[in-house]
Design a protein around this ligand. Structure first.
Ligand code: F58
Length: 842
């Protein structure tokens, strides 16, 4: 073996006996931690104490990898990917770390031998819900894949004290509770106060001509906040790599409140401390309808400034000149939330490190790349100019300067085209002035990408068209992916065993290998195993549903599932219309042959998004009627599973038969839930939207239930003047369904409750539900006919999973690395006690 390969090989030698990777050693450190860390003995210990004791035992085992990785990267001066994201929706760590370390079964055995229920311990972990949905979860899948591919990387974000709210359903309505995930401590993070940085906010600037003729700018802030990093190790799958997720927590800087304190203003000092700490208090729910929140801009700037200062510290530690910043770091902007980084790096280089503007600009553009995640115009971030100036006066000046130089270039390219100049400007001046963050990201990045083929095409032809015309080479597509470690190995152990027994274990790192399952779709024996597994997963989910929703569902019915954020464009209400249509059909023809179906919904509505909340109420209202009606009993069930999260997703995806991906064509950038369902053997009913198109392409049209208008058809209908009321008039079934909602059938006779929803559909229907209704209902009919042919369905299910290789986030990360980051893998050699002792002696 050459040395590189030797280094890459999984090493089981522990740093010390304390961290050995075997069952007996695990038991010992579990007990040690219970006594010496938790300070508990069995009679007093809670389940949470046992969970924490096990978590600390596992942490001791990953620290060796973490230390070794840091040492390797430092020694090699490795090129590093910095993934800047306001959200990381990690999900619980314990099970995932056990899998990546390769000691899941040992840990389970150890706990069982100690008389403990391992699954119950795993369930104790409060998941860090530091994200809203797809964007945050994508960041989590990406850092998993980077560690697995041995790419040196840092995830940078915010350590929100309260993550995404906890959702419960009361009387059919969503009720939000704060998510106190840190209540019992977080065993996976290490605070690094020695690397804290200071962040300025507010105030004003002073411009001075120095004696040597140069112009310098000083920013005199009105506030200072200290950013303290908390590091979480991110393990690769069965390798020696442990990268870092570094999340910043805001604290009051001591020096600053002392100043106020010394003036005798004790309360002022305390207030200032509280207001500083507010910065990382809470994750904003994705309410695209409310903009202009000062605290959100402060949050974004806070974590971006902390992260860039941290990168500069790392460079200085390795004695690298800042002119080489872009060689050391490839910085990916996960949407526009961190786009202020473009102006902040310029400020750090020019104002604080005295680099000439042009040089700094070159470094900046070569450093950043920008991923867009939305086509919804209302979701494109922009900040009112006065607000921006109040929070970041120096950055506004820098943005003006970037803009002036950029627009000069535009004018040279397109003489006389002032409309284009106005469209491209970093400042929207069509009404009250705004800073356009997507434009800042485009101008300051060398690469711009969408997250699915259609999405990238629509960016080029529509949302970012002017930028595409200016710089076509900056654009590329990077279709999303999800990590098979969490979404198959951890979430679906039964399927994992069957697959590994059939084709070996390589697929876990090389998902394309699932192709080897294709011939097995023809084996009746394999199909029967495949079905048994799905059935077992469904039984497990049925138990959860019984507990949480108090509804008994039949594991032999088709599990038809839609889980995702609740949003009009995702069209959960289209699924609701179909359920009502089925219900009416059953009422009208009680002897109709209809395979039993269980409709399962889950997802959170932004707390301020009234229509989304009404959609939840509609679904629960339908459930109340349908689940109680003896005429349809056992043939239709409708449940809304509260608090959809990573943890719940892990139970849901493996149990689904049908995956609902029914957004209006052209609205869903990619979707990633669609991929998790596919891997786990669900068939998709979906529109030609986002990554659905690519899923259909790989599974084949015969193995995908397609319906609905295409994006060009949606645009055409819009252009010709869409009148949803006409569609309602012309379709008796649709009319009956809508009238029933309107008349209060699902709201205990209250005809006003769903009025806003019904009126919006009848008179606006911005997401074309009525136009797609017929096609959807007919497609669902085909789904039903296919389902009753059990063998055929199973074959299709196997093929869906076998052809999901493309949607591993490992593939996405390889694409980013090849085209954008150019960061080679750096395999890690494990340090042993010998190395550490030798280091101490030096
Ligand atoms: C999602 N965006 C896209 N945004 O909707 C989805 O199609 C895509 O698969 C996914 O990104 C990953 O690329 C998304 O989740 C948010 O949650 C934002 C959070 C901050 C406020 C605005 C919405």
């Amino acid at each position: 073996m050459d040395t590189r390969a030797a280094a890459a090989a999984v090493d089981h030698r522990p740093l010390s006996e304390r961290a050995a990777l075997n069952k007996e050693a695990l038991k010992q450190s579990f007990l040690d931690n219970l006594f010496h860390t938790q300070g508990k003995f069995p009679a007093l210990a809670s389940k949470s104490d046992y969970y924490l004791a096990l978590a600390y035992a596992v942490r001791e085992r990953l620290l060796q990898r973490w230390i070794s990785t840091a040492a390797e990267y430092m020694q090699k001066g490795a090129r590093t990917v910095s993934y800047l994201s306001a959200e990381f929706l990690m999900g619980p760590h314990l099970g995932n770390n056990l899998i990546n370390l390769g000691i899941y079964d040992e840990a389970k055995q150890a706990m069982t031998e100690l008389g403990l229920n391992f699954d119950e311990l795993l369930a104790q972990e409060e998941e860090p819900g530091l994200g809203n949905g797809g964007l945050g979860r994508l960041a989590a899948c990406f850092i998993d894949s980077m560690a697995t591919l041995e790419i040196p990387s840092l995830g940078y974000g915010i350590r929100y004290e309260f993550g995404i709210f906890h959702q419960s359903i009361v009387d059919g309505w969503q009720v939000e509770k704060t998510d106190k995930w840190l209540r019992y401590g977080n065993p996976w993070e290490l605070q690094r106060p020695e690397w804290a940085v200071q962040v300025k906010l507010g105030g004003y600037t002073e411009h001075r001509s120095e004696e040597d003729g140069t112009l310098t700018v000083r920013w005199i802030p009105s506030r200072l906040v200290s950013g303290v990093p908390y590091d979480t190790p991110i393990l690769g799958y069965r390798n020696n790599t442990a990268n870092t997720l570094r999340l910043w927590s805001a604290q009051a800087p001591e020096s600053f409140d002392f100043e106020v304190f010394n003036r005798g203003d004790y309360y002022g000092a305390v207030m200032q401390k509280m207001s500083s700490e507010n910065l990382s208090k809470v994750l904003y729910p994705n309410d695209e309808h409310e903009g202009g929140k000062e605290l959100r801009l402060e949050q974004q700037y806070f974590f971006v400034s902390c992260s860039l200062q941290d990168m500069i510290r790392i460079m200085q530690g390795q004695r690298l000149p800042l002119e080489h910043f872009h060689e050391k770091f490839a910085v990916q902007l996960n949407d526009t939330h961190p786009a202020i980084a473009v102006a902040e790096l310029m400020r750090l280089l020019v104002d604080e490190h005295k680099m000439p503007w042009n040089r700094a600009w070159q470094v900046t553009c070569k450093t950043f790349a920008y991923t867009n995640h939305t086509l919804m115009p209302e979701a494109l971030e922009r900040w009112p100019l006065p607000l921006f100036k109040k929070v970041l006066p120096r950055h506004l000046e820098i943005i003006f300067e970037i803009n002036a130089r950029f627009l000069d270039e535009v004018r040279r390219r397109y003489p006389g085209d002032s409309a284009r100049v106005a469209r491209l400007s970093l400042i929207d001046e069509s009404g009250p002035r705004y800073v356009r963050m997507a434009h800042l990201a485009c101008v300051g990045s060398h690469a711009i990408n969408g997250v699915a083929e259609l999405h990238t095409e629509l960016l080029k032809s529509d949302v970012l068209r002017d930028f595409y015309e200016l710089w076509p080479n900056k654009f590329s597509n990077k279709t999303n992916g999800v990590t098979p470690r969490r979404w198959m190995v951890l979430a679906n152990p039964r399927l994992t065993r069957l697959v590994s027994d059939s084709i070996g274990e390589d697929w876990i790192k090389h998902l394309d290998q699932l192709q080897k399952l294709e011939p097995l779709a023809e084996s009746a024996d394999f199909r029967s195993h495949w079905r048994e597994i799905k059935r077992a997963n469904k039984r497990a989910l049925a138990e959860v549903i019984a507990r949480r929703c108090n509804v008994a569902v039949d594991p032999d019915s088709m599990f038809d599932v839609q889980v995702k954020r609740i949003h009009e464009y995702k069209r959960q209400h289209l699924a609701a219309l179909h359920i009502i249509a089925l219900y009416l059909q059953l009422k009208a023809q009680p002897n109709l042959e209809l395979a039993p179906r269980t409709f399962i919904f889950g997802g959170k509505a932004a707390p301020g998004y009234r229509m989304a909340k009404l959609m939840i109420k509609l679904i629960t209202g339908i459930g109340d009627v349908v689940n109680r009606d003896p005429m349809v009993r056992d043939r239709l069930k409708v449940v809304f599973l509260p608090n959809f999260s990573v943890t719940n997703g892990q139970r849901i995806y493996p149990a689904a038969d049908l995956s609902e991906q029914i957004s209006t064509a052209g609205k869903e950038a990619s979707g990633t839930g669609n991929m998790k369902f596919q891997m786990n053997g669900a068939l998709t009913i979906g529109t030609m939207d986002g990554a659905n198109i690519e899923i259909r392409e790989v599974v084949g049209a015969d193995n995908f239930f397609l319906f609905g208008l295409t994006t060009p058809q949606v645009y055409a209908l819009q252009a010709q003047g869409y009148r949803p009321h006409d569609w309602y008039e012309q379709d008796p079934q649709l009319r009956e369904v809508i009238d029933m909602i309107r008349d209060g059938y699902f709201s205990r006779g209250d005809a006003s409750l769903f009025r806003p929803l019904v009126d919006s559909l009848l008179w606006h229907d911005p997401y074309f539900l009525f136009a797609d209704f017929r096609s959807y209902v007919e497609c669902q009919q085909r789904v039903g006919e296919t389902w009753v042919d059990t063998e055929r369905w199973t074959r299709m299910s196997i093929l869906n999973s076998a052809r999901s290789g493309k949607f591993s986030s490992d593939r996405s990360i390889r694409d980013y690395t090849k085209d954008i980051w150019h960061a080679p893998s750096v395999p890690v050699e494990l340090l042993t006690e010998h190395h550490v002792r030798a280091g101490l002696m030096q």
